[in-house]
Design a protein around this ligand. Structure first.
Ligand code: ADP
Ligand code: MG
Ligand code: ZN
Length: 472
């Protein structure tokens, strides 16, 4: 009997959709309103009301399916999933069981394909709160995305969720605001001895936040390994992850599909998606992260620089706009966007809007061009950019006024290097002894002394020449 344990994890991810209205009524789909102010007889479950399926929600579900290479079910019915809980005023949730809208897809991460068994449409339930139940969330459209039991560690599951979230944001399907609960998941974890069949699984219900997912899985793995090592059996259970105590606790022994008494909702007709509808969604698919990674690196930027851009949709938009402006190469652009622009936006997170974003990108592109031609150093480019954005003054005028033009004059640079070496003899010795980063420090000193105007490449060259000549 092997003593090596293996862990298997499958995820059921709930994602709230960015629609105007709720899933089956015309209440607004919003967050953060006063409790029980966004409800109507339909989503409050009054008898005698009739639901109608939100077309936009179906469209977003199809968009997710196409993005993740699923087969799209062109005819389906919505089913009632019956259970009794105070957050569910109808006593059932209108969901899908027999024919989910999308089936058998995958999401590829770093060359590995993670299979998605289905994506189905459903509605959210209310939320228990201090005074009872807040029904505002009742009927908010959701997709539930179910993966195969295909992950083998907490970090693998978290990486999948991060990549899924990024895709959802680029797809415009959801904002996946974890702190607002618009992306939550049920985590199925089982443990078995190597070489043996998969173990019985436990489900951690409704976990949100990557660190909770990580912590929950790590805890559950250890808990189950201990049970098995002691010769006992793991029973199928639904458990709750307590993020404060950092432990999971029994919620209920797992219910079966049969417990939910699923049946087709008699109030809703069969839904038929026409080929035109599905093709329309397909043609509108935006470029997704995996494609962006290939495309951006093919434009000549490093994998890391591309990742830094793609992980931040605002930077990504800036990059795309600048590439369209086409005044300088992608490499210089990515440097400016991950450097100067990023620092600027960190300080002024509300600066950008639809009116000024084009001007912002044009300025970056013009400065990128100056960088490329060697007119400004990266330090000066940053100063120039900030000054231009804040004052609105012309870039060429600022270049002269602020004396930011790079000086590549060799006499000037020789003198600079001489002075830096005189003042920092110790660093030059360190470099000779093998401390390579001492050279970067010396170049930095030249830049500092020149007020950012020196040409760092020339400085480096002349520094090396002097050091090699033993001239320190
Ligand atoms: P059910 O019908 O009981 O809900 P599903 O087949 O729909 O079961 O699976 C629900 C989730 O549990 C899926 O995410 C799946 O990947 C996961 N799962 C199934 N078997 C295992 C297992 N042995 N270990 C971990 N996760 C599992
Ligand atoms: Mg299930
Ligand atoms: Zn309503």
């Amino acid at each position: 009997m092997s003593n090596v344990f293996e862990t298997v994890i499958g995820l059921e991810v709930h994602i709230e959709l960015l629609t105007q209205t709720k899933m089956y009524c015309s209440c607004k789909n919003t967050f953060g309103e006063t409790e029980n102010t966004v409800v109507c007889p339909v989503c409050a479950g009054y008898p005698g009301t009739l639901p109608a399926v939100n077309k936009r929600a179906a469209e977003l579900a199809v968009r997710a399916g196409l993005a993740f290479n699923c087969n799209i079910n062109r005819r389906f019915k919505m089913s009632r999933k019956n259970y009794f809980y105070p957050d569910l005023p109808k006593g059932y949730q209108i969901s899908q069981l027999y024919a989910p809208i999308c089936k058998n897809g995958f999401l590829e991460i770093k060359g590995k394909k993670y299979p998605i068994s289905d994506i189905h449409l459903e509605e959210d339930a209310g939320k228990l709160c201090g005074n009872g139940v807040d029904f505002n969330r009742c009927g908010i459209p959701l997709i539930e995305l179910v993966t195969e039991p295909c992950f083998h560690s907490a970090s693998e599951a978290v990486d999948f969720l991060k990549e899924l979230r990024l895709n959802m944001i680029y797809l415009g399907i959801s904002d996946c605001r974890i702190e607002q609960g618009s992306m939550r998941c049920d985590i199925n974890v089982s443990v078995h001895r190597r070489g043996e069949p998969l173990g019985e699984r436990c489900e951690l219900k409704n976990v949100s936040g990557f660190s909770n997912v990580f912590g929950g899985i790590m805890y559950e793995e250890e808990r189950q390994k201990k049970i098995i090592s002691e010769g006992n059996r793991v029973f199928r259970e639904t458990r709750r992850w307590d993020p404060v105590k950092k432990e999971s606790a029994l919620l209920r022994s797992k219910e079966d599909t049969a417990d939910y008494r699923y049946f087709d909702d008699p109030d809703l007709p069969e839904i038929i998606l026409t080929e035109e509808f599905v093709n329309g969604v397909l043609t509108e698919l935006p470029m997704l992260p995996n494609k962006k990674r290939l495309y951006y690196t093919a434009l000549g930027i490093s994998g890391q620089a591309a990742e830094d851009i793609i992980l931040d949709p605002i930077k990504d938009r800036i990059f795309r706009l600048c590439v369209d402006v086409n005044l300088c190469g992608a490499n210089v652009l990515s440097g400016l966007i991950n450097g100067a622009a990023s620092e600027f936006l960190n300080e002024k997170p509300n600066y950008l809007n639809e009116k000024n974003i084009n001007g912002f990108c044009l300025a970056l592109s013009k400065i990128g061009r100056l960088r490329e031609k060697g007119v400004v150093s990266s330090t000066s480019a940053k100063l120039l950019f900030e000054n231009h954005i804040l004052s609105g003054s012309d870039i060429d005028t600022l270049l002269k006024e602020l004396k930011l033009e790079q000086v590549s004059d060799s006499d000037y640079t020789e003198e600079l290097v001489r002075r830096v070496l005189t003042d920092n003899g110790k660093s030059a010795e360190d470099y000779v002894k093998g401390k390579t980063n001492a050279l970067a420090f010396l170049v930095g000193q030249c830049m500092k002394l020149s007020g950012g105007r020196a040409d760092p490449v020339l400085c480096r060259e002349l520094l090396l020449k002097r050091i090699d000549a033993g001239d320190v």
